[in-house]
Design a protein around this ligand. Structure first.
Ligand SMILES: Nc1ncnc2c1ncn2[C@@H]1O[C@H](COP(=O)(O)OP(=O)(O)OP(=O)(O)O)[C@@H](O)[C@H]1O
Length: 257
């Protein structure tokens, strides 16, 4: 399946009735099994674009369409920064939520629930409730819930940004391992350039006011092992290239607070 974003604009009207152009003339695609990362400073429209691709918000102009669905409605797995797990449901009950909703059999719920709980490293915590889990574990449960429906597209909006630095690094590594097993087409939002270079097949750099695509950068390094010594120089080059593209906007964004 291929996802195409074509000529998308989004305009909001703010509290003073002024029009804010959040996105302007956005065109890109996400190929089958591709991991695309949207990066840009605060306020460049990353979340707005992710919400539009996910059908949670409609664009002012333009379209998002899915190719190769054979007429089926595409399914989406969504992971946000603060995962909204149902507090009254256990890890297992949270993970199988989407399967229940889609009418999957009890056996399928059990098989997939077990499989994805194991994949995110939460075996043994099936009956724990969200409040009993650390932030990292809650994100793992949220990822398992998104994966369990085996979506056509996985959308992730700053999924690790509320975690401490060490947990974040571990989760990034594990996400790649999971991706390697599932090969899900993914759209991932972050303002962290290192994270973008570590995870992406392609990085889409957005500018702000209005949010436009400044550049699309193919990351030509093997998907696994980019943190190894032999790729260090190349890794830093990509980071620097992207930083130069967003530097001005990031400075402006930080001044506006
Ligand atoms: N509901 C809304 N009403 C008015 N303006 C909005 C609304 N949602 C977003 N905006 C504006 O659209 C622009 C893009 O916002 P968006 O949240 O998509 O950016 P972002 O890149 O995800 O930012 P951040 O990294 O801070 O989350 C900003 O200028 C924001 O103020």
């Amino acid at each position: 399946m291929r996802i195409v974003v074509e000529n998308v604009d989004k305009t909001f009207v703010d509290s003073k009735k002024r029009e804010v152009t959040a996105l302007q003339n956005i065109n890109f695609s996400i190929e089958k099994e591709e991991f695309v990362v949207l990066v840009g400073p605060s306020g460049c429209g990353k979340s707005t674009l992710l919400n539009i691709v996910g059908g949670l918000m409609s664009p002012t102009n333009g379209t998002v369409y899915f190719e190769g669905t054979n007429g089926k409605k595409p399914s989406l797995g969504i992971v946000f920064q603060e995962i909204a797990l149902f507090p009254w449901r256990s890890v297992y009950e949270n993970v199988i939520f989407g399967l229940e909703e889609s009418g999957a059999s009890k056996q399928e719920q059990q098989e997939k629930g077990k499989h994805y709980i194991e994949m995110v490293g939460l075996s043994g915590f099936e009956s724990a409730y969200p409040k009993q889990l650390s932030g990292g574990m809650r994100q793992r449960a949220g990822i398992a819930r998104a994966l369990a429906i085996e979506p056509d597209l996985l959308l992730m909006d700053e999924p690790f940004s509320a975690l401490d630095a060490q947990t974040r690094t571990i989760m990034q590594e594990e996400l790649l391992t999971i991706w390697n097993r599932t090969k899900l087409s993914t759209l991932y939002v972050t303002h962290n350039i290192q994270e973008a270079v570590y995870l992406a097949d392609r990085v889409i750099v957005l500018s702000r006011h209005p949010g436009q695509i400044k550049s699309i950068i193919q990351i030509d390094m093997p998907k696994i092992g980019r943190d190894q010594e032999q790729y260090r120089a190349q890794f830093e080059q990509y980071v620097d290239q992207i930083w130069q593209l967003i530097r001005h906007d990031a400075q402006e964004a930080s001044r506006e607070g």
